[in-house]
Each structure stands twice: as structure tokens, then as C-alpha cells.
Design a protein around this ligand. Structure first.
Ligand code: NOJ
Length: 535
């Protein structure tokens, strides 16, 4: 396999949140056998790989992102044998499997941390980040947890008189990646899963792995805005440190040792585009660093056009973009843009955008059927950062618990599940699921849409237009972000064939007149290439 035709460049990845996908044993929580039983659905949908959020042994304070044993499946999800069976069944269907790797922290119940906190002299003391109180008492500096409800990123261990660092809840102490033994222990976790046959990893919170060793206070943020990227009124200078790139090269080398087709995808919460792009390294760090810019994009053609342009501009040579519009930490796509009740139409347009951009696409389970944020009553709220509404059970059918499992599900199923579900949408030609299937199948059949070049056309109102082209085949993508119809006045659209519209009522076929896009309509047109026209 050459550097430029790795499988993941054409791929569509699908994130499964194992607790919420399918419950095989009726305990209300999704599990690995449940997922195995639903693989045919994913293969038919047409995705290439699944990424599983953590399923390792965990007290579940952060629902699996707090690990006590990286090599064990938590009993709530099944057993290692269930994992092996899942992997084999996925591979048998041509689906690759990526697992979550959570290197920044462990659970405070992990034996390493129990050992570390047991005494200042513990051989594992420095596996975590410990510091003395500030001169006049209190936490060593002003660093904050990512979760606003947690507050300070430091918790005092009264017995040993020092504070430990936690970028998330106090039950998730940060590992010290300056320590060689930590690196050895954690890279052996990668090997454990690679040896079992996984196709790669999604690395959690990559940009946080190395902190400012001087433990300097963060400066105040002028904007003092709280966003997903900068909680609290301070600039996050303590993370995204240069040393993280050395760590990533080490992780890359371990994974690359298993062959060129094992993928490293990573969560890089760095807002500055150039700093974000540094996580590709020279092709020796992350193959696909996730780009947060897309997640906070207001609904406008100009906004998305700009986000793509920025990504394309900062990409190092040979690097490949990856785009996602949802995950288990974010408001659902169909809800995020629903301020005026048009969220469902926008979810259709967003699907066309995501699956026709130059880059690997990552889907979040349930977004393909239009699941929305679900109101979770206070007595059922469990997540420390309020993310339960976006993690509710997959809606398979209109039956009890939406077909998620035989028991009461761990999070509620909304009344909307009676119509927003796989079975109901399966045979409906106008459903979102049908649109996703068509887009996925077109993308598979048309290299122009997956690996073709990307050329944006000049902006026209609230319509985003770009060309994708590969070996003489050109496809024009026109997405009307506006709430009004818009004429598509693009020369190479005339005479082309409409391959697909987000509007199920528009017939596919030849198109002579200038196309008028309906409000929030997107179309794919196989465009003519004039002799001598610019590529
Ligand atoms: C990012 C994960 O996506 C999120 O769910 C988790 O809470 C934090 N990292 C901590 O692991």
C-alpha cells in the first residue's frame, strides 16, 4: 500500500457509543454482543469502520473514560471473548474496528493510582502529576478542569499533603507522560489491542498529554468566554505543549510497526489551525487529527466554506482531512441547528456536506436516522458534564425501548422514537436514513467524491458550491444553507445530470436550465468538463 492510498482516505467511520447501541442481556446498558448482533445494519449502511468508545473496566464516573484496567472488558459490556467475536464478525463483513485509547488519565481506582497516592515514596508516585500546595495554601496553580462543574484541576490528597492533577473529574487523575515507565506501560496497552487485531485507535484528548512542566498559571482570557475549547476565563497555555509531538511519534511508531493500514485518529482540541495541523507531524504522528472547528460552526455557507478552506490551507503535504459533525460530547446534529425548527432539513444538508467533502468522514451513531437531543429528567441525569441527552439509546424500531434491548434502558427513549427509528425509515424513500445510504453508496462508487480534488467556487449568497474531480470525472456539489430558494448559476451545472438531491421529490436526471435549489436543498450534479477548462 502506498502512502497515498491507505484505506482510511476513502473511508467513512462510524462512532458507536457501546452503552447506547444495543443491549443483548436486558440490563439496560448496551454491550458488545448487542453490537455484534447489529453489524449487518452497519455493513448495509455502507460504512467502512467503527470506532468504539471505551468498553474497558471502569467505575463509570465518566462512562468508561475512567479506566481501571486497560486490558479487560468491563462486565457490563461483556468479556474479552465477546470482543474477539465482535472483531471477527466485523472483519468478516469488511468492517474495520478502531478502539478508544485514553492516555491522558486513568481512574482514581486504577491500581497504578492507588499505588501512587499511597505514599510520597511510592515507586509509582511520579506516574501521575503531584505538586505541593501553593505557598499560602490551596491548589498549586490556577488550572481548571475541562468540566466546569469540577472547578479546579487539582485535588488535595490529605494523607500525603500534595495535590494531584486531573484535567477532568477528580476521579480521573492525569498520567505523567514525562515518565518513561508510563510510556512503556501505556504503549504496551496499544500492543495488547493491536495483537488482538484492532485496526487502529481513536486517541482521547491528545493535546493534553504533556503539560507545562513549570506548572505556570494560565493567563486570563480576554474574551472570558466559556466554549468547548476553553472552559473558564483563562487561556489554556498549559496544554498543547511541544513535548506532545514526541509522544505521538512514539505512539505512531508502535502502531506503524503493525503495518501501514493501522490507523491513528485523535481528538485534538486545539483551536489555532496551524497548531492543530502540527498533530499530523511529518506523517509520523496522527493520520487523522479531528478538527474541532466544524463542531462550533454557525449554520452558514460562508462559515463552513471558511472552515474547509482553513483546514485545506494548513494541511501539511500529503496529509488528509477528517470531518465530523457529531460525537458523544456534542449536541446532536439535528438539534444543534434547530433554533427555528428547521433542524431536520439541515441535518439532510449536513449529511450531503459531510459525505462529499475531501476527507475521511466520521458519523455519530443515530445521526443517520435524525436522532435529536433527548430531555433527560434530573433524577435520570448521570453524566458529570451534562452530556446524557446526546447518548440515549439507538432507536431501532417503534417498539418498547425503541428495540434497544429487552429491559428498561439506562437513559430514556423519547416519544419521537416511534417514527425516528431504523425500521420505519428503512423503506421510506424520503427518510434521512435512505439519504445517508444513497450518499454512502454514491461516495463508494464515485472516487471523485472520496479522493477527488476539492475546488470551491466563488460564494453565491448562502449557497456553498464546490467541485470534486478525479480522472476526468467532475461532480458539482451545491448546498443551499439559506431558508429561501436560490438559483444555481454555475456554467458547468447546465446539461449535467442530477445524481442526488436532499429533496426526495426532485427527480434525478438531465438538467438543462439553471437549477433552482429549494430552501435548505443540496444537489450533486455530474458536471461537464469543457475542453481546455481549468481542472
Ligand atoms: C474526551 C471524551 O470524548 C470525553 O467524553 C471524555 O469525558 C473526556 N475526553 C475525558 O476522557
Amino acid at each position: 500500500m502506498t502512502e497515498r492510498d491507505e484505506w482510511w482516505r476513502r473511508a467513512v467511520l462510524y462512532q458507536v457509543y457501546p452503552r447506547s447501541f444495543a443491549d443483548s442481556n436486558g440490563d439496560g446498558v448496551g454491550d458488545l454482543p448487542g453490537l455484534t448482533g447489529r453489524l449487518d445494519y452497519l455493513a448495509e449502511l455502507g460504512v467502512d469502520a467503527i470506532w468504539l468508545s471505551p468498553f474497558y473496566a471502569s467505575p463509570m464516573v465518566d462512562f468508561g473514560y475512567d479506566i481501571t484496567d486497560h486490558r479487560t472488558v468491563d462486565p457490563v459490556f461483556g468479556t474479552l471473548a465477546d470482543f474477539d467475536a465482535l472483531l471477527a464478525a466485523a472483519h468478516a463483513r469488511g468492517l474495520r474496528v478502531l478502539v478508544d485509547f485514553v492516555p491522558n488519565h486513568t481512574s482514581d481506582q486504577h491500581p497504578w493510582f492507588l499505588d501512587s497516592r499511597s505514599s510520597r515514596d511510592s515507586p509509582r508516585r511520579d506516574w501521575y502529576v503531584w505538586a505541593d500546595p501553593a505557598p499560602h495554601g490551596g491548589p498549586p496553580n490556577n488550572w481548571l478542569s475541562t468540566f466546569p462543574a469540577t472547578g479546579a484541576a487539582w485535588t488535595l490528597d490529605a494523607a500525603t499533603g500534595q495535590y494531584y492533577l486531573h484535567s477532568y473529574t477528580a476521579a480521573q487523575p492525569d498520567l505523567n507522560w514525562h515518565h518513561l515507565e508510563v510510556r512503556v506501560a501505556m504503549t504496551s496497552v496499544l500492543r495488547f489491542w493491536l495483537d488482538r487485531g484492532v485496526d487502529g485507535f481513536r486517541i482521547d484528548a491528545v493535546h493534553r498529554l504533556i503539560k507545562d512542566p513549570a506548572l505556570s498559571d494560565n493567563p486570563p482570557s480576554v474574551a472570558a468566554l466559556r466554549t468547548a475549547l476553553s472552559p473558564g476565563a483563562q487561556l489554556l497555555r498549559h496544554i498543547d505543549q511541544p513535548g506532545v509531538h514526541e509522544v505521538l511519534r512514539e505512539l505512531h511508531a508502535v502502531v506503524a510497526g503493525y503495518g501501514p493500514d493501522r490507523l491513528l485518529l485523535g481528538e485534538v482540541g486545539v483551536a489555532d489551525p496551524t497548531r492543530w495541523a502540527a498533530y499530523y507531524g511529518r506523517g509520523d504522528e496522527l493520520a487523522l487529527p479531528l478538527n474541532f472547528a466544524f463542531w462550533s460552526q454557525p449554520w452558514s455557507a460562508a462559515g463552513f466554506r471558511q472552515a474547509v478552506a482553513t483546514t485545506e490551507r494548513v494541511l501539511p503535504p500529503g496529509a488528509w482531512p477528517v470531518y465530523a459533525l457529531g460525537n458523544h460530547d456534542l449536541s446532536r446534529l439535528a438539534s444543534r441547528y434547530n433554533h427555528d425548527g428547521r433542524g431536520a432539513a439541515r441535518a439532510r444538508l449536513a449529511a450531503m456536506l459531510l459525505l462529499t467533502l475531501r476527507g475521511t468522514a466520521l458519523l455519530y451513531y443515530g445521526d443517520e436516522i435524525g436522532m435529536t437531543d433527548v430531555a433527560v429528567p434530573p433524577e435520570q441525569t448521570v453524566d458529570p458534564d451534562g452530556r446524557d441527552p446526546v447518548r440515549t439509546p439507538m432507536q431501532w424500531d417503534s417498539g418498547p425501548a425503541a428495540g434497544f434491548g429487552p429491559g428498561q434502558s439506562w437513559l430514556p427513549v423519547p416519544p419521537a422514537a416511534r417514527t425516528v427509528n431504523v425500521v420505519t425509515e428503512d423503506h421510506d424513500p424520503g427518510s434521512l436514513l435512505t439519504l445517508y445510504r444513497r450518499l454512502l453508496s454514491l461516495r463508494r462508487d464515485e472516487p471523485a467524491l472520496s479522493v477527488g480534488s476539492y475546488a470551491p467556487l466563488p460564494p453565491s449568497g448562502d449557497v456553498l458550491v464546490y467541485r470534486r474531480e478525479h480522472q476526468g470525472r467532475r461532480i458539482l456539489v451545491a448546498l443551499n444553507f439559506g431558508d429561501q430558494p436560490a438559483a444555481l448559476d454555475v456554467p458547468d451545472a447546465a446539461g449535467g445530470e442530477i445524481l442526488l438531491s436532499t429533496d426526495p421529490h426532485r427527480a434525478a436526471g438531465e438538467q438543462d436550465e439553471p437549477v433552482t435549489l429549494a430552501a435548505t436543498e443540496g444537489v450533486l450534479i455530474s458536471a461537464t468538463i469543457e475542453a481546455g477548462s481549468a481542472p
